[in-house]
Design a protein around this ligand. Sequence first.
Ligand SMILES: C[S@@+](CC[C@H](N)C(=O)[O-])C[C@H]1O[C@@H](n2cnc3c(N)ncnc32)[C@H](O)[C@@H]1O
Length: 353
Amino acid sequence: MSGPDACFVLYCRSGYETDLSTECEYHLADKSSYGYTKYEKNSGLIALYTPTPELMPAIDDIVFARQKLRFLQSLTFVDKSDRITPVIDALHHTKKDYYGSVIVEHADNERAKSMAKFCRKFTVPLRSALRNHGILSKKHDDNKKWLHLVFDSFDQCMICESTVGDRSPHSQGINRLKFPTAAPSRSTLKLEEAIALFFDKDSEKAFFNNTKTAVDLGACPGGWTFQLVSRGMKVEAVDNGDIATSLMDTGLVHHFKTDGFVYKPLHGKVNWLVCDMIENPHRVGELIIKWIQEGWANGAIFNLKLPMKNRFATVKDILLTINKRVNPKSNMQIRAKHLYHDRDEITVLIMPK
Ligand SMILES: C[S@@+](CC[C@H](N)C(=O)[O-])C[C@H]1O[C@@H](n2cnc3c(N)ncnc32)[C@H](O)[C@@H]1O
């Protein structure tokens, strides 16, 4: 006889709940299991139930998930003057120093935004009480589970936990980046977030430095080129528009006013192809496949603009095609994420393992 189904709480961009649900259900069905979901539209969060929690994909393998939490229990606060005691009571069975951090948060939706200040303020006394009761380690610890309190209103929260290697390190699963004032467009944050997600600091330095070259398709006004040039790279920027003068003045950028679908690298090959062209995602997928197959670039980071409907089906279709065509020997890594700074688009990485 099987026990009750396990429940996960997953965050996404508000409006993408159906896509995230469909994606998780697809992965579980693919492993001959199943999951069912409950969510409110535009809530920025889904609850997923499954009898086989061990078959849930890791957060890195769920394109539309910003965070993946295991749900433990719900709490309703009767006495608004003391929300700490019920949390401590709920966790009193927990082993000593079980959690390495506590995050008090709310889903990223319009209604819950009013909770932001409360969540920040509540964290400090809660953290101290959890430490006094031996539930939370004395110092922040990345190698332990983290406790998450997800508030839906001032009277209710969900107690959840995240696991090592299977979580976003950021509150709400959001890497909020400061806009670099010298960058010519806000799009710059998409590439910055992608590099921060897909690379640790050491590998970032190894793959993006002044010995590396790139082609940037759909480069104008130069936000992505800015990220590459800031790391000392030489960039061939391809777009019919204008590139910011500040970037041209670095001497690291060659600008080509031509169609990104016909451009070939000046010297036959570059280290990176990046592409943010607003074009049909299937067409962009085919173009990236061509660049990797021809050996024009070792790796690629690119955006796929999403259609209004069947977004997960489109993403699945293109990623499966890319995987089949550029990765028959499984020697490439292919990762995709709906980033916080992405809007109706996802960001994909392809590079040798
Ligand atoms: C979202 S903007 C790129 C923003 C840029 N990544 C940045 O950070 O500043 C999309 C760009 O794609 C360009 N584009 C669209 N189709 C293109 C094509 N076929 N060839 C070259 N550029 C194209 C547009 O001219 C536009 O400048």
